[in-house]
Write a protein that binds this ligand. Structure first.
Ligand code: ADP
Length: 256
């Protein structure tokens, strides 16, 4: 009656009265629904590029493609296969995060500014291709966590900051410390996210403009990985964005 689900797990009737065992299974049900939806989405997302690879390969196999079109067909097959690899990589990352959600072993002390600077290095080439300037400023801040997971979170946010930016734009990363928390801010000058989409961009496979993935190479999983990575560290995320102006995402992490 209150929108929650209960399950009767046992009952016993004795001489002096009876006992009913009723469990609240609302969260369990929600997790099951999410898992089911995720599996359905995974199959769909994997099938789409595979179907297109099969289609192009079949036309070529049957000798139906003209000599001049061969290169174009091969490039399509190559790019769809590349997309599949990124997709599978991201799905694996998410499932590893799901598995380790309750396993807070192997934590290390991480200095966020250094980690951000190192991650920027990995994206320099991509930023240069679009002439996007990336800067890291602020103070040093230590948190306890898993370096590979936090590095992935930072990587995905800067990667998005570049992908959805304009030519000659910028991505500013700032590290700050507030009572009890370290704050990482990612501010870009990109296309922004509309208010209806803001609610949904952290959902698995959600993309604002599905037709653009070929240009940007997105899978719709980047921000889900960010969300799970931050939740894993018991942190939180804030998103502010204005269409055609830019996006600011803040990550708050408990301080060591
Ligand atoms: P994708 O792999 O498509 O980038 P994400 O989960 O990282 O998937 O992001 C989901 C969607 O949110 C993207 O498809 C994009 O439309 C939008 N988005 C994410 N980051 C930004 C940003 N910094 N600026 C504008 N749009 C963004």
């Amino acid at each position: 009656k209150d929108g929650r689900f209960y399950q009767l797990c046992g009952s016993s009737v004795g001489g002096k009265g009876s006992v009913l065992l009723i469990f609240d299974v609302t969260e369990k049900r929600a997790a099951e629904t999410l898992r089911r939806e995720f599996s359905a989405n995974v199959s769909h997302e994997l099938k789409t590029p595979l179907q297109s690879i099969l289609g192009y390969a079949e036309i070529m196999k049957n000798g139906l493609v003209q000599e001049g079109d061969k290169q174009r067909f091969l490039e399509k097959i190559y790019s769809e296969a590349g997309h599949l690899i990124v997709l599978i990589d991201n799905i694996m990352k998410l499932s590893r995060l799901d598995e380790s959600a309750n396993n807070m072993n192997n934590l290390e002390i991480i200095e966020l500014k250094k980690l951000a600077e190192g991650t920027v290095q990995r994206l320099q080439e991509q930023a240069a291709g679009k002439n996007v300037a990336i800067s890291v400023s602020g103070c040093e801040a230590e948190v306890e966590g898993v370096p590979a997971v936090l590095s992935e979170v930072i990587y995905n946010l800067i990667d998005n900051g570049i992908k959805y930016n304009r030519e000659n734009g910028s991505v500013e990363i700032t590290v700050a410390v507030i009572p009890g928390e370290a704050v990482l801010t990612f501010k870009d000058t990109g296309c922004g996210i509309g208010s209806a989409d803001k609610e949904r961009v952290f959902e698995r496979f959600y993309r604002v403009d599905k037709s653009h993935f070929k240009e940007t190479g997105g899978t719709g999983l980047g921000l889900s990985i960010v969300k799970h990575g931050v939740m894993f560290h018991k942190g939180r995320i804030e998103l502010e964005s204005e269409l055609d102006k830019g996006t600011t995402i803040k990550i708050f992490l408990p301080r060591k």
